[in-house]
Ligand binder design. Structure first.
Ligand SMILES: NC(=O)c1ccc[n+]([C@@H]2O[C@H](COP(=O)([O-])OP(=O)(O)OC[C@H]3O[C@@H](n4cnc5c(N)ncnc54)[C@H](OP(=O)(O)O)[C@@H]3O)[C@@H](O)[C@H]2O)c1
Length: 288
């Protein structure tokens, strides 16, 4: 039975990953910041040295995009140095790392979907720290798969879908930016795909994009959310991003091209609109 160390098991993606992996009958051991601080190499080596996993899935991260602008060191300690610590442990234990990364490694200036080979150029501290993690892993000598995903939402975390639903229950109008484009991704779909990648693993060191299909803007995503969840009493108003002041800059276009994962693993996630409907089915219209 394959042994999998799931790092970040209490996170939004981590909880769905745990369910997906257990369904496949892997031996999964869960870690979060309470029992393994990835920023501390000693606790990483101690915990993983005892378990000796075949795979380390790293879904742990400092994920507060705006917070990273002021807590730059904290973001770097988890998202860059933390990944280096896991990579060092993986190298010495002979474990393979599946590391979760982000569309925010790109600057968003491209007008077409980003492939894995496009030049990275993050425009906020979170993106810089996540790119640092990718680079640390690639240069570590450890065996790796890096999966870049985007605009995650799921039952167990703070995310755009749940925020819109909460606001829609208390407001008549919500302003949402119309000039930023990306791929919303349901954590359950990503989690099942990740377990499939491990089953089909081709042992190559590669970066893959992994998102639901298609793309949209935050505005159109919000419109779809209120329609699917039947909150149509609330009007969604499109605004340009320069009207919404936020500490961290966001890429204008961070659509990811998923052809490579389809080609190498025959994995293709459903379209984002279908995934949103499935999420609504999974959680129920009024349970938020
Ligand atoms: N959310 C998005 O829209 C999005 C988009 C693209 C990519 N991603 C990437 O997808 C992955 C999962 O994101 P998510 O939204 O599921 O994250 P999340 O809900 O914020 O969960 C983060 C997880 O990381 C753990 N963690 C944080 N600091 C840690 C540390 N020092 N040591 C060990 N564990 C630590 C947390 O543990 P505790 O519960 O103990 O704090 C938690 O389990 C991340 O790599 C993120 O960068 C996310």
């Amino acid at each position: 039975m394959l042994k999998i160390a799931l790092i970040g098991s209490t996170g939004m993606l981590g909880i769905d990953l745990n369910a997906a992996l257990k369904g496949v009958n892997f031996l999964v051991k869960n870690y979060n910041s309470k029992n393994l601080d990835i920023a501390d190499p000693k606790t990483v080596n101690e915990a993983l040295g005892v378990f000796k996993p075949d795979y380390i899935i790293n879904s742990a991260a400092y994920t507060n995009v705006d917070g990273a602008e002021i807590e730059k060191e904290k973001a770097e300690a988890v998202n860059s140095a933390g990944v280096q610590n896991l990579a060092d442990a993986a190298l010495s234990l002979g474990s393979r790392i599946v590391h979760i990364s982000t569309d925010y490694v790109f600057d968003g200036s491209k007008k077409t979907p980003y492939t894995e080979d496009d030049i990275t150029n993050p425009i906020n501290e979170y993106g810089i720290s996540k790119l640092g993690g990718e680079e640390a892993l690639k240069n570590s000598g450890a065996s790796y798969i890096i999966l870049r995903t985007s605009w995650l939402y799921g039952k167990n975390g703070k995310n755009f879908v749940n925020t819109i639903l909460k606001l829609a229950d208390s407001k008549k109008r919500i302003e949402v930016v119309e000039d930023q484009f990306g791929c919303p991704t349901y954590t359950k779909d990503a989690a099942y795909a990740i377990s499939e990648i491990i089953i089909k693993d081709n042992s190559k060191n590669e970066i893959y994009n992994l998102t639901n299909g298609g793309y949209t803007s935050w505005y159109k995503f919000a419109v779809e959310i209120v329609n699917v969840f039947k909150r149509t009493n609330c009007e969604i108003i499109p605004v340009s991003s320069d009207k919404v002041a936020r500490p961290a800059k966001r890429p204008a276009c961070s659509i990811l091209d998923n052809s490579k994962i389809k080609e190498d693993y025959n994995i293709e996630l459903r379209n984002w609109k279908d995934a949103l409907k499935k999420y609504c089915n999974d959680i129920g219209y009024f349970i938020i």
